[in-house]
Write a protein that binds this ligand. Structure first.
Ligand code: CTP
Ligand code: MG
Length: 226
């Protein structure tokens, strides 16, 4: 048990357009983020969870943990202005005596399949860094002003989470990063010249972003348990 899971949950869900943080939305009667945390806890390799949350949301996270306890220690740290800041705060709180690996997974992705978690964990242990990703399904166009150009999609992938890194690699990447905050943790590890392995994951591992995504997630969840 040496993988520490970081769940960035410090956003406000502007595009989701509810008054609360979208990760509190009920999915099959349970807060969305609890589904997410439960899925990660299914792996016996996970030693600890760190949730990054805004100070105003933290009492709600604690209440949820009392109602829906998780089988691993959970620490709650302050989220920041950008996802980058939230993850950085969480990395600073990792128990370095126990964890050798960090798996960063959006709290807003409750549908990640257990098999995908296992495969990205396995790949990271072999290479040092691995992320789930799925091949692009549609045709891709580059807007060049008046018109557009088709983009060959054969080597294009959409990054998903979990993104899993050797503890030292991701700590160093966050310390060294300069410039604008990025939304993809692997981007910073790549920037240090480290190889990041792509592991094909299910596109059903969707991120709840817009209100309609919740109905899609409920349907997918029903399909997964049948
Ligand atoms: N996140 C975070 N800290 C932030 C911003 C985002 O921890 N300052 C988290 C979100 O809570 C979410 C994940 O990063 O679990 C992915 O971000 P996104 O889907 O963009 O969520 P929000 O930022 O909450 O949504 P929006 O961009 O629509 O406001
Ligand atoms: Mg956001």
């Amino acid at each position: 048990r040496d993988i520490c899971v970081i769940l960035p949950a410090g956003g406000s869900g502007r595009r989701f357009a509810s008054s609360d943080n979208k990760v509190f939305a009920a999915l099959a009667g349970i807060p969305l983020w609890i589904h997410t945390a439960r899925r990660l806890c299914r792996s016996s390799q996970v030693c600890q969870l760190i949730v990054a949350a805004s100070p105003t949301d933290q009492p709600t996270f604690r209440q949820h943990l009392e109602h829906w306890p998780l089988p691993r220690p959970v620490e709650i740290v302050d989220g920041g202005r950008e996802r980058f800041d939230s993850v950085r705060n969480a990395i600073a709180a990792v128990d370095t005596g126990t964890a050798n690996w960090i798996a960063i997974h959006d709290a807003a992705r409750p549908l990640v399949p257990t098999a995908d978690i296992d495969s990205v964990f396995r790949a990271a242990r072999e290479t040092g860094a691995a992320i789930l990703a799925s091949p692009l399904a549609g045709s891709i166009k580059r807007d060049i002003g008046q018109d557009c150009r088709n983009v060959d999609r054969r080597d294009l992938w959409m990054a998903l989470t979990p993104q899993v890194f050797k503890l030292d690699w991701i700590r160093e990447a966050y310390q060294r990063h300069r410039g604008y905050p990025v939304t993809d943790d692997a981007a910073m590890v790549e920037a240090m010249g480290r190889p990041v392995q792509l592991v094909q994951g299910s596109p059903a591992n969707l991120k709840i972003t817009y209100p309609d995504d919740l109905a899609v997630a409920e349907a997918l969840m029903r399909a997964q348990t049948h």
